[in-house]
Design a protein around this ligand. Structure first.
Ligand SMILES: Nc1ncnc2c1ncn2[C@@H]1O[C@H](COP(=O)(O)OP(=O)(O)O)[C@@H](O)[C@H]1O
Ligand SMILES: [Mg+2]
Length: 359
């Protein structure tokens, strides 16, 4: 049984039991509990509703004590896999653990006023701001600080996608913990232990978020502009990872974990000095390939899936030898010929066309 399977089994067993998990006091809610449990966009004080989510509904409730985020679970998640089915429970678990950190809870993690798994309700302050989309020194540093703070406390966030990051103008905030899992940073590289070394905080941001931004940037401003943005991000990620390694050393983490990060740091440092374009190619391959895989597996493809596939096709076509010597290929792509990869990607592209969803 993998780590993931063990966690899923424990969460499904918990959900099937009568046990409750939650935090907070119903007497300190912005509205009486029964009203919050019935809240929807018809309520006069609901000023914003996000009801397109797969696991829940999010309402922005305005009161004389400020704005609140009221998150209500769907009666059953629309995501047809164990992680999706348990994401609300997962979020309540993470919020309880994050609140339990007290003053040690990282800046940029939203506070939780109330949470109840059985009632399907989470209440937090609303963060005044916007979905983070301007990536500069401030926003990138803020994000990496947050990801590293969480990592060192044993929280690994898998879904660093745009809809899960709000920028209040000073710092970035995280408020969706549906796919944040626990691990022990002293011995594990991520919440899969040491099984899946491809995945780490910077990779999650690049795959879920930043390489889509860079893809747009390639189209709008050209390769050089995209490369410049990439170098900025890598420079900031690099100093965040140096702090990460100091933190791991201070907690006596195993060499298996520390060596992995020092190898990443070494690779980035050399590339920034000698050949940032090669690193762009390798990291871009990894991120676009992973994201394409995700979209195909979920049969949830969009125009962006096609754009990513075209990027990958172009990369194999133009830079196959470079990709191979950069050791960029992984999983079933390892050892494939240029022609086999082009064929595979062409087939993937046909599926991506077939599985377009309306967004
Ligand atoms: N505390 C908050 N402050 C500001 N905006 C929020 C907050 N919580 C959620 N949102 C907004 O609601 C959207 C959906 O919330 P999220 O918790 O990510 O739910 P979902 O499970 O649907 O992904 C976010 O993309 C964001 O725009
Ligand atoms: Mg979300």
């Amino acid at each position: 049984m993998t780590r993931d399977e063990a966690r899923q089994a424990a969460q499904l067993a918990f959900a099937a039991s009568n046990e409750e998990i939650g935090l907070g006091d119903a007497s300190s809610l912005p509205l009486p509990l029964d009203q919050l449990l019935a809240l929807d966009e018809t309520h006069p004080d609901v000023v914003e509703a996000h009801t397109g989510g797969l696991t829940g509904f999010v309402y922005r409730l305005r009161t004389s004590h400020g704005d609140w985020n009221i998150k209500r679970a769907r009666s059953s998640s629309l995501v047809q896999n164990p992680d999706g089915q348990t994401s609300f429970l997962n979020e309540v678990q993470r919020r309880c653990e994050l609140e339990a950190l007290g003053n040690d809870c990282p800046a940029g993690v939203v506070r939780t006023r109330y949470a109840s798994f059985r009632k399907g309700l989470i209440v937090s302050p609303w963060i005044e701001g916007e979905i983070a989309k301007r990536w500069d020194e401030r926003t990138l540093s803020s994000l990496f600080d947050l990801l590293v703070d969480l990592y060192l406390r044993g929280f690994f966030e898998w879904d660093v996608s745009p809809g899960n990051l709000v920028d209040d103008g000073t710092r970035l905030w995280m408020f969706d913990f549906g796919y944040m899992y626990r691990f022990d940073p002293r011995v594990d590289f991520n919440s899969n232990g040491l099984e899946a070394l491809l995945f780490h905080p910077a990779e999650r941001f690049e795959t879920r978020n930043y390489f889509a931004v860079l893809l747009e940037q390639e189209k709008a401003q050209g390769q050089d502009a995209a490369l410049k943005d990439f170098v900025l991000e890598k420079r900031i990620a690099l100093s965040a990872y140096e702090r990460l390694v100091s933190g791991l050393r201070a907690m006596n983490a195993s060499s298996a974990v520390i060596d992995q990060f020092t190898a990443i740091i070494g690779r980035w440092t050399r590339a920034l000095r000698e050949d940032p374009a090669a690193l762009y190619l390798a990291e871009g391959w990894r991120s676009h390939r992973l994201d394409l895989d995700d979209d195909l597996r979920g049969q949830t493809c969009t125009r962006r899936t096609l754009a990513r596939t075209d990027w990958l096709l172009d990369a194999v076509d133009q830079h196959f030898d470079a990709l191979r010597s950069l050791d960029a290929f992984f999983w079933h792509d390892v050892g494939q010929s240029r022609e086999a990869l082009l064929d595979q990607l062409a087939a993937d592209r046909e599926n991506a066309v077939r599985w377009q969803i309306v967004t």
